[in-house]
Every structure is written in structure tokens, then in C-alpha cells.
Design a protein around this ligand. Structure first.
Ligand code: THU
Length: 141
């Protein structure tokens, strides 16, 4: 899987969100993480009846990539869609950012990557560097 533009990376995140296991929140999230050589690993959120065990889409994409031996990354796109009625998580201010836990893990394993927060319609919403989303980060470097 590969993407050229930010729009294409978002489209892969939208596609991945269709596999979301989101029976509790109905918030279907997809992430598309691109390596330095252009390979894209996607992930969706996987929810658990024991709520705290739920895994975010970004961490699924990250662990897929790491487990395949990838260590250098360039971009990640994140998309979320609130299905099933009134939106609890739909208001993402025009661009969905990763949660705090995912910011930490992405920082540790991907460094200062470009983060593309998709709109609820599947377009490019907000674009950041990860250092902007996690200033003065804790790490072992
Ligand atoms: N979620 C993600 O997959 N990524 C985020 O960055 C935010 C939250 C998921 C977790 C849970 O399944 C649902 O969205 C609602 O929190």
C-alpha cells in the first residue's frame, strides 16, 4: 500500500476505518502510517467490553509496522466517523488529532512525523508536526 499526497493517505485511513470494531462508541477510526520508504500500514480501533483494553487505530497501525521491522516513519493520517446516531465523538474541530497515549507512542517510535487530521467528511483537515501536539515530550533519547 502506498500514498503520494496527504489526501491519498487520508483516503487509506478512511478505508481502514471501515474495519473498526467499535460496538461501544460507534466511533469508527482509521489510521494510515507511512514509512520513510513510502509503505503504508493501516489500523482501525478495536474496542473491548473491558473498556480500558480498547486499542486506538493509530496504535494498531504502529504496532503492525513495528512488528514488520519498520523503524523510520514520515506521516500518519487519522480519520474518525461517528456512526449510529447522535455523535459523541464527532466534533473534532475540522481535523481529528490522535489521543494523548497515541501521541506519546508515536513520538517514541516515529519521532517528529507529519500528522494529518482528517475532517469528518474524509478530507485533509488539520496538519501538524507531532512535536506541536506533544511539546516537551518525555522520552529516553
Ligand atoms: N480512538 C482512536 O482510535 N484513536 C484516537 O486517537 C482517539 C480515540 C478510538 C478509541 C475508541 O474505540 C473510540 O475511538 C472512542 O474513544
Amino acid at each position: 500500500m502506498a500514498a503520494t499526497t496527504d489526501e491519498e493517505l487520508v483516503a487509506l485511513a478512511v478505508e481502514a476505518s471501515k474495519n473498526a470494531v467499535a460496538h461501544h462508541s460507534n466511533f469508527h477510526v482509521g489510521a494510515a502510517l507511512e514509512t520513510a520508504d513510502g509503505t503504508v500500514y493501516t489500523g482501525c480501533n478495536v474496542e473491548s467490553d473491558s473498556f480500558g483494553l480498547t486499542i486506538c487505530a493509530e496504535r494498531v497501525a504502529l504496532t503492525k509496522a513495528l512488528s514488520e521491522g519498520e523503524r523510520e516513519f514520515s506521516r500518519i493520517a487519522v480519520f474518525g466517523e461517528q456512526l449510529g446516531g447522535a455523535g459523541r465523538f464527532g466534533g473534532n474541530s475540522g481535523g481529528l488529532g490522535p489521543c494523548g497515549a497515541c501521541r506519546q507512542l508515536l513520538w517514541e517510535h516515529c519521532g517528529d512525523v507529519k500528522v494529518i487530521g482528517a475532517t469528518a467528511e474524509g478530507g485533509v483537515g488539520k496538519v501538524w508536526r507531532l512535536a506541536q501536539l506533544l511539546p516537551d515530550a518525555f522520552d529516553s533519547r
